[in-house]
Write a protein that binds this ligand. Structure first.
Ligand SMILES: NC(=O)c1ccc[n+]([C@@H]2O[C@H](COP(=O)([O-])OP(=O)(O)OC[C@H]3O[C@@H](n4cnc5c(N)ncnc54)[C@H](OP(=O)(O)O)[C@@H]3O)[C@@H](O)[C@H]2O)c1
Length: 209
């Protein structure tokens, strides 16, 4: 796949590196594609990784990872022409002060992204755990969980494949409306990590019988 990474920071850098190393073409977008940070990221990610502007990255890609700060997300989507027809993997969390979600109950950031990009095929995914777990999701040989939610079955299949490749146990969490649940789950992970003493090196796993 050709994957544009919009927001090549903690999350975009971790996932893009995994995908580039797995053989996908990864187009890291940046406002400063020649920065020292970006050159280091490209060097870590290897020969399949390239740095460019966000518009160039989106033009060259079938899949777009959205990993921008929430406050920048609307303008980044508009700047890239609305992401029409692209499979958009939305990893953002719409957080305000105190880790409070900006959308409550009957709406979500994922649904807002779909409204900002009405012709995109949006899947909410890669938002429910910390970026350290995106670099390495495996604990004691067991993959941690990654949920994905969306309305487009082809886009969801791409989300599942890219989550599997990154090393997660990937779980279909239903329609895009369930981004509401995934964003609340993200807040739980963040509060456990940052406020309730668990740190960033923990993850959720699924046990079955
Ligand atoms: N951190 C986590 O563990 C985590 C986990 C799950 C989900 N998330 C969500 O993922 C998103 C990214 O988080 P992150 O921690 O990866 O953030 P980050 O490290 O700050 O990276 C975001 C990147 O977006 C770009 N950016 C910043 N401001 C921008 C603007 N105004 N316009 C365009 N691009 C801008 C920057 O790249 P350039 O300067 O190169 O352009 C920056 O490196 C957030 O929505 C967050 O809630 C984070």
């Amino acid at each position: 796949m050709k994957i544009a990474v919009l927001g090549s920071g903690n999350v975009g850098g971790a996932l893009g590196t995994q995908w580039a190393r797995a053989g996908h073409a990864v187009l890291f977008a940046s406002r400063n594609p020649n920065s020292e940070e970006m050159l280091q990221l490209i060097a870590r990610a290897g020969a399949n990784a390239h740095a460019m502007s966000s518009r160039e990255a989106v033009e060259g890609a079938d899949v777009v990872l959205l990993a921008t700060p929430w406050g920048a997300t609307e303008s980044v989507i508009a700047h890239c022409g609305g992401l029409a027809e692209k499979i958009v993997l939305d990893a953002t969390n719409p957080l305000g002060p105190g880790f409070a979600l900006t959308h409550r109950g009957d709406d979500s950031g994922g649904e807002q992204v779909q409204r900002w990009a009405p012709q995109a095929r949006v899947v909410k995914v890669f938002n429910t755990t910390g970026y350290g777990n995106m670099e390495n999701p495996v604990y004691d040989g067991k993959p941690s969980l990654m949920f994905y939610a969306g309305d487009d079955s082809v886009a969801k299949d791409v989300a599942r494949q890219l989550s599997d490749v990154a090393g997660f146990e990937s779980i279909d969490a239903g329609p895009l409306e369930n981004a509401r649940l995934l964003e609340a789950w993200a807040v739980l992970w963040i509060k456990l990590a940052m406020q309730y003493g668990h740190g960033r090196d923990f993850a959720f796993v699924k046990l079955t019988r």
